[in-house]
Design a binder for this molecule. Structure first.
Ligand SMILES: *Cc1c(COP(=O)(O)O)cnc(C)c1O
Length: 410
C-alpha cells in the first residue's frame, strides 16, 4: 500500500460515522461540503467538557469556572493563530458563518451603511451571503449588486472592477463556492477593491477553511467568517474575524450579560472587544470542541489534506467524465473537490435517492445558491464532495452507482 493509502485508512479509523451501514451497505459519505464528519478526539473533548468542566465562563470566581474560562480563551487564541489574526481580540464567537455575516450586516447598518450605498456580492454566493444584504435593502434602502461569473464558474474580475464605484461600501464574496468548488483569488480581489474603492471587504471562508491554510492578514480581508462544523468541529459555533480597529468602532450586536462594562437602570456602557459582541452565555463546548478540531486538522497536516484532496478531485473528474450525458457545473482551474452535475433528462432528486439506497450520501437541490442555479438555468443539481477521509474506491462506487441509476431512470 502507498503511504497515502495507509494514511487515509488511519484517518478513516478516527471517524466513528464511517462505520455506519445504510441499506445494508458500507456508508459512503460524499457530502462534506454540507458538514464534515467528526473525529473521535472532538467527540471525546466535548464529552470531557460535560463530565468535568461544564461551568460557565467569565463569571464564577471559583477555580472550576476560572479553569473553564482559561480553556475558552486559550481556544480563542488557538483560532487566532490558526487563521493568522494579529490577536485573539479579533476573534468573535458566533453560531456560524450565517450569524457572522448577519452580525456584520446588523452592525454596519447601524453606523456605516446609508441609503443609496452599495454592497457588492457575486452570482455564486451562498444564501447566507445574500439574504442579510437583502434584509438591509428593505430596512435602510441600500442597493445589492452582484459580480458575474463565467461559464466555467470563475469570478469575472473585469466585471468586479466595472461594478466598484464610490457608492460601494462593502464587497462580500466567498473564497470557495460550496456548489462549484471554485476557489476565488482573494488576495488579487482585495488589491482590486483597494485600488478602485474605499469599500470594506468581507470574505465568506466557510469552505476555504478546510482547503488550505488561511492567513487573514495576507488575504487583506476586513472580515473573515467560517463555521466549525465544516472543519471537523461541532455545530452551532463559528468564527467572525475582523480587524481590531474595525471591531472597535462597530456598535454592539446584541445586548445582555458579558458584553457590558457597567449597567445602571438608566444606561449601559459596553465591554471591550471581542466580548462586546458576545452577549449571554456562549457555546462553551462548541468553542472547546472547535479547538480540538483544529488540533486534529493540524495533526493530519496540510500537506496530506491538500495532496489527498487534489488526488480525489482529479480521480473524480476522470471517473465521472466516463458517464454518458453528464453535465458539470463549475470547471474552474482552481477548485476544491466539489463536483456538481446533472444527467440529461433525469431529475437530480431521483438520482440522489437511488444513490442513497446504495448507501451513498450526496446532496441534491440548489445547495443554498438559488441565484447560481438561475445563472446556469437549472432547478438544481447533484453535488458530490470529498474530504480527507474519502477514498478512490468510493469514487468508483459513486461512478458505478450513477451509471446504474441512469439505466434504471432512463
Ligand atoms: C455552509 C456555508 C455557509 C453557511 O454556513 P452555516 O454553517 O450554515 O452558517 C455559507 N457559505 C458557504 C460558502 C458555505 O459553504
Amino acid at each position: 500500500m502507498t503511504a497515502m493509502a495507509d494514511q487515509v485508512k488511519n484517518i478513516r479509523s478516527q471517524f466513528p460515522a464511517l462505520k455506519l451501514k445504510f441499506s445494508g451497505q458500507d456508508f459512503t459519505y460524499l457530502d462534506s461540503t454540507n458538514t464534515t464528519l467528526k473525529p473521535q478526539v472532538v467527540i471525546d473533548r466535548i464529552q470531557k467538557f460535560y463530565s468535568e468542566e461544564a461551568s460557565n465562563v467569565h463569571r464564577g470566581g471559583y477555580q472550576w469556572s476560572a479553569q473553564t474560562t482559561t480553556n475558552f480563551e486559550n481556544s480563542r487564541q488557538k483560532i487566532a493563530d490558526f487563521i493568522g489574526a494579529k490577536s485573539s481580540d479579533e476573534i468573535v464567537f458566533v453560531r456560524g458563518t450565517t450569524e457572522g455575516i448577519n452580525l456584520v450586516a446588523s452592525c454596519l447598518s447601524q453606523s456605516y451603511l446609508k441609503q443609496g450605498d452599495e454592497v457588492l456580492i457575486s452570482e455564486m454566493e451562498h444564501h447566507a451571503n445574500i439574504v442579510p444584504w437583502h434584509l438591509l435593502q428593505s430596512k435602510i434602502n441600500i442597493k445589492v449588486n452582484a459580480v458575474r461569473i463565467t461559464d466555467q464558474g470563475e469570478l469575472d474580475l473585469d466585471d468586479l472592477k466595472a461594478k466598484l464605484n464610490s457608492r460601494t461600501k462593502l464587497v462580500a464574496l466567498t473564497a470557495c463556492s460550496n456548489t462549484l468548488g471554485t476557489i476565488t483569488p482573494i488576495q488579487e480581489i482585495a488589491k482590486i477593491i483597494r485600488q478602485n474603492s474605499s469599500a470594506l471587504f468581507l470574505v465568506d471562508g466557510a469552505q476555504l477553511i478546510t482547503e488550505m491554510p488561511v492567513f487573514v492578514r495576507e488575504l487583506d480581508a476586513d472580515f473573515f467568517v467560517f463555521s466549525s462544523h465544516k472543519v471537523f468541529g461541532p455545530t452551532g459555533i463559528g468564527v467572525l474575524y475582523a480587524k481590531k480597529e474595525i471591531l472597535e468602532i462597530l456598535p454592539p450586536y446584541q445586548g445582555g450579560g458579558s458584553m457590558i462594562s457597567k449597567v445602571t437602570l438608566e444606561s449601559t456602557t459596553f465591554n471591550d472587544v471581542p466580548l462586546r459582541f458576545e452577549a449571554g452565555t456562549p457555546h462553551i463546548e462548541g468553542v472547546i470542541g472547535l479547538h480540538a478540531a483544529i488540533e486534529f486538522l493540524e495533526g493530519v497536516g496540510w500537506s496530506y489534506i491538500q495532496s489527498h484532496k487534489a488526488l480525489l478531485l482529479k480521480e473524480a473528474q476522470k471517473a465521472l467524465s466516463t458517464i454518458p450525458n453528464i453535465l458539470f457545473y463549475g470547471t474552474a482551474e482552481k477548485k476544491s473537490p466539489i463536483l456538481s452535475f446533472n444527467l440529461k433528462g433525469i431529475h437530480h432528486s431521483d438520482l440522489a435517492q437511488i444513490l442513497d439506497e446504495m448507501g451513498i450520501a450526496v446532496r441534491a437541490g440548489h445547495h443554498c445558491t438559488q441565484p447560481l442555479m438561475d445563472r446556469f438555468a437549472i432547478p438544481g443539481c447533484v453535488r458530490a464532495s470529498f474530504s480527507i477521509y474519502n477514498t478512490t474506491e468510493e469514487i468508483q462506487k459513486l461512478t458505478a452507482g450513477i451509471k446504474k441509476a441512469q439505466e434504471m431512470l432512463s
